[in-house]
Design a protein around this ligand. Structure first.
Ligand code: ADP
Ligand code: SF4
Ligand code: MG
Length: 338
């Protein structure tokens, strides 16, 4: 059984490229610190896409930033550990050392993530020169090959251009090229396709999948969109109110969802075969979650809530091999834990 009452797992899982254990992150609001990430543990497997899903405000971005030591000044990590393979990288210095070389990141908005006054060529080759020690000519050739692999039309021409001269989809490909420039082991992608239309989004996700399959990359894909996770992920972590409430393979979470929150999210995903009709929305909104300090954080929005739900937070419990959920009613933690 996987339970929050069980002793903390202190090390990384075997074979994981990046692991987090019991991360707690607080944010300063109105002069006091409040937790926005509450005991998150996760493992990014090599050659796998792990999707971190949940509504806006659930703590996904803070979790991803904490993995690379890039929390904003208003936030602090109060406990938890991060492992790169078996090596602990919990200090800011160790995390800074791994960034750019072993871990890369892609953020949501390509216009802010690419520097508008530098050519694509400069931005793709700069990390190669800094981290791999390549000279200008070798870096240029490697950049051209990389753009070719990313199915970018006219790679040589693109390298000479500035971000504003490219379409949204091309900018996002260029950003992926910057992120993959040094052959990282791990890629953290925070809503990488949210700004794009669905056709381009699907192309970029296919591209990401291709890179994972060909190079054994470990990817954390942060998204509020379960449809995106369904398209590209191997594993899904569902986050609500700063905690992982359900975790499993794509098949397990999407076909046999356990947690009422996951089931609510799934009911809001459009089906390919659906004619135009209004989608159900999850009742209530997540904003009130931060005013709750006991019990299941989803209780005010849950049709199945009981008195126990309101008083005691459910532990995460295995529902089948590799699939766990934190729910008193559906995941049936042992009575002793109540
Ligand atoms: N710079 C900030 N200052 C204050 N609160 C913040 C800041 N950034 C995020 N938050 C709060 O932290 C919580 C988690 O945010 P975030 O990790 O960005 O969520 P997500 O990525 O899931 O949308 C939210 O409640 C959000 O309001
Ligand atoms: S623990 Fe209770 S309130 Fe929380 S999701 Fe399960 S049934 Fe709903
Ligand atoms: Mg976010």
């Amino acid at each position: 059984m996987l339970s929050s009452n069980a002793p903390l797992q202190r090390s990384s899982a075997a074979g994981a490229a990046l692991s987090a254990r019991e991360l707690v992150i607080e944010i300063a609001t109105n002069g006091s610190w409040r937790p926005v990430v509450r005991g998150v543990s996760l493992d990014l497997g090599k050659g796998q896409v792990t999707a971190l899903v949940g509504e806006t405000g659930s703590g996904k971005t803070m979790t991803a930033l904490a993995l690379v030591g890039l929390l904003p000044p208003a936030a602090r990590r109060t406990s938890g550990r991060v492992f790169l393979g078996h090596e602990e990288v919990s200090t800011a210095t160790a995390q800074a050392g791994a960034r750019g070389r072993r871990i890369s990141m892609i953020f949501q908005d390509p216009m802010t993530a690419l520097n508008p006054v530098l050519t694509i060529g400069f931005q793709v080759t700069e990390p190669m020169r800094a981290h791999l020690g390549l000279d200008a000519r070798a870096a240029q050739e490697r950049a051209r090959k990389l753009l070719e692999q990313l199915h970018m039309p006219d790679p040589t021409g693109v390298l000479a251009r500035y971000p504003h001269e490219l379409s949204g989809g091309m900018r996002q490909r260029a950003l992926i090229a910057v992120a993959l420039a040094c052959d990282p082991e791990i890629l953290l992608a925070d809503e990488p396709t949210t700004a794009l239309d669905v056709t381009i989004q699907a192309q970029i996700l296919d591209l990401l999948r291709e890179q994972v399959d060909q190079h054994g990359l470990a990817v954390l894909l942060v998204t509020h969109d379960l449809g995106v996770a369904a398209q590209v992920a191997d594993r899904i972590e569902v986050m609500y109110g700063g905690a992982i409430v359900e975790e499993g393979s794509v098949e397990q979470v999407l076909r046999r969802p356990n947690h009422p929150y996951t089931r609510g999210l799934l009911a809001c995903v459009p089906r390919v075969d659906a004619r135009v009709r209004p989608l159900p929305t999850l009742p209530g909104n997540p904003h009130g979650v931060w005013t709750i300090d006991a019990g299941c954080r989803f209780a005010p929005r849950c049709a199945d809530a009981t008195a126990t739900c309101a008083s005691t937070e459910p532990p995460r419990t295995a529902v089948e091999g590799g699939h766990s959920s934190a729910c008193w009613v559906y995941a049936r933690p042992p009575a002793a834990a109540q």
